[in-house]
Design a protein around this ligand. Structure first.
Ligand code: GLU
Length: 427
């Protein structure tokens, strides 16, 4: 007699960020008819390093931290991608971000593969000394991977030029002490950093917005904008949009948002944040939550914070005509489709925020040659790349009748697939 087996009802597994990255990849791979072999290769990360390491804290205690460095694909060149310090960092998130770096570098034509790193930590809880100890030990732990011709880190969420300086110094000390500036980008200028790198992500986003505005017939001198996130990228976008004559009516940071329909004085908001540590409680503005901020009436919305902000839940309530993703991964695939169906133009992360890694590439080239460019040269070259890439992505979107994310991914995947095909499979 057979026993009756009651099958447990399994909860639907939650979709992770890497699942989202693979889903986006498959949508674009279908559009270009990518073959199954290349699909299998490109939908995995090549290497995933997890490290657990002790750091001595100021009070003499020892804490153990977890860090990651992932290489998604190195077909086009050394791995490139930032390092983020955030309490919610996971291996899955870093894998998604590494895959997006592969596509980002390819879509703007940089000779790099995709990499990303992260440490699970809230750096705001650490002293400068603890931050330095953590950074130096993490650099040591991932030293099997990084190098000027193998994998070149850069800043990302909560990391900055000082942290890049410690990475550069630690790597250099492991290699005889002579400075190896090309091992990392986003360094202070005095150590071989590039003019314009600090602002590059935000400046690139604004170049992308200018290109999109031209084809949409959107006049930036009378447009309104909302920026979610007021870190390096978000604050630079807000400032540069204001310089173009745009009215920035809302901004936010992790503490909350502020709104003034007549436009915010961005220089004053920057000063307020410098003084108080946040944009909230800025006089002459109303308080809004980060969720409400996304739905404010405006022409241009710039998500410049973290992943998963625009979803199927809120996409239909977004009022902006143009969305430029300064953050990585702020929009889910369902939201992409809803926005596209509503005629909202979305400049995807892998293109819109590629200004950062583009100027990182300029910095790497300068560091390797010890031959430095002016800020004007950097900005002009960045503009040329952002403009050229917009046209290529836009043409792809028109040709295949797809939204800009799928178009950008299709272009990037095509390029990486072609390099992979030409190189062949070893052995
Ligand atoms: N972290 C930035 C990004 O997500 C910059 C990476 C780089 O410059 O290598 O694109």
């Amino acid at each position: 007699m057979t026993a009756t087996v009651t099958l447990p009802i399994r909860p639907k597994p939650e979709r992770t960020l890497f699942d989202v990255a693979v889903e986006q990849f498959n949508i674009a791979a279908d559009v270009i008819g990518l073959d199954d072999d290349l699909r299998r290769i490109l939908s995995e990360c090549k290497r995933e390093l997890i490290v657990h390491f002790p750091v001595e804290m100021d009070d003499g205690s020892v804490q153990v931290f977890t860090g990651y460095r992932v290489h998604h694909n190195l077909a086009a060149g050394p791995g490139k991608g930032g390092i983020r310090y955030h309490p919610d960092v996971t291996l899955d998130e870093v894998k998604a971000l590494a895959m997006w770096m592969t596509w980002k570098c390819a879509v703007v034509g940089l000779p790099y593969g995709g990499a990303k790193g992260g440490v699970k930590v809230d750096p705001k809880q650490l002293s400068q000394n603890e931050l330095q100890n953590l950074t130096r030990r993490y650099t040591t732990e991932i030293s099997a991977l990084i190098g000027p011709y193998s994998d070149i880190p850069a800043p990302d969420v909560n990391t900055n030029p000082q942290i890049m300086a410690w990475i550069m110094d630690t790597y250099s000390m492991h290699h005889g002490g002579v400075a190896v500036p090309a091992v990392v980008t986003g360094k202070p200028i005095q150590l071989g950093g590039s003019e314009g790198r600090n602002e590059a992500t935000g400046r690139g986003v604004v170049f992308a917005i200018e290109e999109a505005a031209k084809v949409m017939g959107l006049d930036l001198t009378s447009a309104t904008a909302v920026v979610q996130g007021f870190g390096n990228a978000g604050s630079t976008v807000a400032r540069l949009l204001t310089e173009l004559g745009c009215r920035v009516v809302g901004v936010s940071d992790s503490h909350g948002g502020i709104w003034n329909s007549r436009g915010l004085d961005i220089a004053a908001v920057l000063e307020h944040k410098r003084r108080t540590g946040s944009v909230i409680n800025f006089p002459d503005a109303e308080a809004v939550s980060n969720e409400e901020l996304l739905e404010l009436p405006c022409d241009i919305l710039v998500p410049a914070a973290l992943e998963n902000q625009i979803t199927e839940e809120n996409a239909s309530r977004i009022k902006a005509r143009l969305i430029a993703e300064a953050a990585n991964g702020p929009t889910t695939p369902e939201a992409d489709q809803i926005l596209y169906d509503r005629g909202v133009v979305l400049l995807p992360d892998i293109y819109a925020n590629a200004g950062g890694v583009t100027v990182s590439y300029f910095e790497w080239v300068q560091s390797l040659q010890h031959f430095y460019w002016t800020e004007q040269e950097v900005n002009d070259r960045l503009k040329a790349i952002m403009t050229r890439s917009f046209r290529a992505i836009h043409a792809m979107a028109e040709r295949y009748h797809v939204h800009m994310r799928t178009a950008a991914l299709a272009l990037a995947i095509q390029r990486v697939a072609e390099i992979t095909r030409l190189r062949g499979i070893y052995p």
